[in-house]
Write a protein that binds this ligand. Structure first.
Ligand SMILES: CC(C)(COP(=O)(O)OP(=O)(O)OC[C@H]1O[C@@H](n2cnc3c(N)ncnc32)[C@H](O)[C@@H]1OP(=O)(O)O)[C@@H](O)C(=O)NCCC(=O)NCCS
Length: 168
């Protein structure tokens, strides 16, 4: 199988076995419902539709046909950018986000991997640090926080260098 092909199976033969596959316009409603259940600042339907239209790598995690998470990645010749990753609340802390990102790091091991994350999103920051991402920049007042009337939240820019050796 070519290195960049999907679907791929993670945790094969265990109770956590799941499939990583591309999602399309037909799946957006389901993806949005997982997204709303998981995230305090969810992507909208339009965000996902735009990403599919832009040719981003749009991946769903499925288990027995049920959507349990997703990630959207911009794949450029020299780098990857993680645009979003979410896992359904009842499936969190089981290693799914980590496994999905490890697959991406292994597939695209000739590219540096970037992402932006809210400074207060400690679970996500812990996940990324565990995978070898480091903070390389900060964007002041980058994100809106509608729940905090006008206050904006800083973004951290994190990078994982290609050829980083993953030790788990
Ligand atoms: C961030 C998120 C994707 C993590 O998904 P997950 O499948 O639960 O993560 P994993 O189980 O693979 O976690 C791997 C490691 O990351 C760290 N981590 C993940 N969630 C954590 C939490 N809530 N608190 C502290 N560390 C956490 C831990 O080191 C964890 O390993 P451990 O469980 O052995 O301690 C999930 O919490 C989520 O969907 N959050 C809402 C959406 C979001 O904020 N996405 C990121 C920004 S776009």
């Amino acid at each position: 199988m070519p290195k960049e092909d999907f679907p791929r199976v993670i945790f094969p033969g265990t109770q956590h076995e799941a499939c990583i596959r591309r999602f399309s316009f037909d799946d957006v409603d389901t993806v949005v419902s997982v997204e709303r259940s998981a995230s305090k600042h969810p992507w909208t339907e339009q965000n996902f539709v735009s990403s599919i239209g832009a040719g981003h790598l749009c991946l769903a995690l499925t288990q027995n046909g049920q959507f349990i998470g997703h990630a959207v990645v911009s794949v450029l010749p020299d780098e990857l950018e993680l645009l979003i990753i979410s896992v359904a609340p009842d499936r969190q802390r089981k290693g799914y986000a980590c496994a999905l990102l490890v697959e991406l790091c292994n597939i695209f091991d000739n590219r540096d991997f970037f992402l932006e994350v809210r400074e207060g999103n400690l679970p996500a920051i812990a996940l990324y640090k565990r995978l070898g991402f480091n903070v390389v920049d900060q964007r002041k007042a980058y994100y809106s926080t509608p729940e905090k009337q006008g206050l904006r939240e800083n973004a951290l820019v994190m990078r994982r260098l290609k050829h980083y050796e993953y030790l788990y």
